[in-house]
Design a protein around this ligand. Structure first.
Ligand SMILES: Cc1ncc(COP(=O)(O)OP(=O)(O)O)c(N)n1
Ligand SMILES: Cc1ncsc1CCOP(=O)(O)O
Length: 210
């Protein structure tokens, strides 16, 4: 499993339609992980999740469900992303098993990352690093936390307002994966945006402190 590259956040909340053509373009453009995030109160769209599962399999990408490990299990996703108020990481790990990807939100706090890993998290996510239209009220983080987090021994994810102009700096600062929503799914050409972000990983081989 690749744990370096583009982690696409498919935020159904901010899209007017399913935009599955954009999902496919982003996966064809090289995204290695895709997260399903939906903060609407419209109930679970099993058909949509089935489409995401099929598309990620076609392109060899990992499917991650935000917030809800039971839903991740029900749709045979590869993992779950858990915020600090989404329940126990240890419980999710026990239910999903050792092979599941489990991520935890750490804002800008290395101590949250340590605690998440102790409980079974397999990656840690920091941010928001820049202004985000998707989640404007997310707490901010300083990029220096990414270099610190590399010592923890799990993939380090960066999120929040990342786009083609700032992603290189965030990768250089220590991110293994850049989690991106708006700059992919609200771009004029989602496939071109994905290809450009993925290409940064070829150009940016080394990390701060590595
Ligand atoms: C990769 C990644 N990192 C952080 C978040 C934020 O998750 P959470 O804290 O659960 O907040 P919401 O996304 O639920 O608003 C994420 N989704 N993905
Ligand atoms: C879910 C989330 N958590 C912190 S920032 C963010 C939004 C990411 O989306 P964008 O790439 O559009 O800022």
């Amino acid at each position: 499993m690749t744990a370096r590259g583009l982690y696409a956040i498919y935020d159904r909340t901010t899209l007017a339609t399913d935009a599955l053509d954009r999902v496919e373009a982003v996966l064809a453009g090289g995204a290695c992980w895709l997260q399903y995030r939906d903060k609407r109160d419209t109930g679970i769209d099993a058909g949509l999740l089935g489409e995401l599962r099929a598309l990620t399999r076609t392109y060899g990408a990992q499917l991650i469900v935000n917030d809800d490990w039971q839903l991740a299990q029900a749709v045979a996703a590869d993992g779950v992303h858990m915020g600090q108020s989404d329940g126990s990481v240890a419980t999710a790990r026990a239910a999903l098993g050792t092979g599941a990807i489990i991520g935890v939100s750490c804002s800008g706090e290395i101590e949250l990352a340590r605690r998440g890993i102790e409980q079974g998290a397999s990656y840690v996510s920091f941010g928001r690093f820049f202004d985000s239209h998707t989640k404007p009220d997310a707490p901010g983080a300083d990029p220096s936390v990414l270099a610190q987090a590399r010592a923890l021994g799990v993939p380090v994810v960066a999120i929040g307002g990342i786009d083609i102009d700032n992603a290189g700096d965030i990768i250089t600062a220590g991110a293994d994966l850049i989690a991106v929503s708006g700059a992919l799914f609200h771009a004029p050409d989602s496939g071109a945006a994905a290809r450009a972000l993925c290409a940064l990983f070829e150009d940016t081989g080394s990390h701060a402190g590595a």
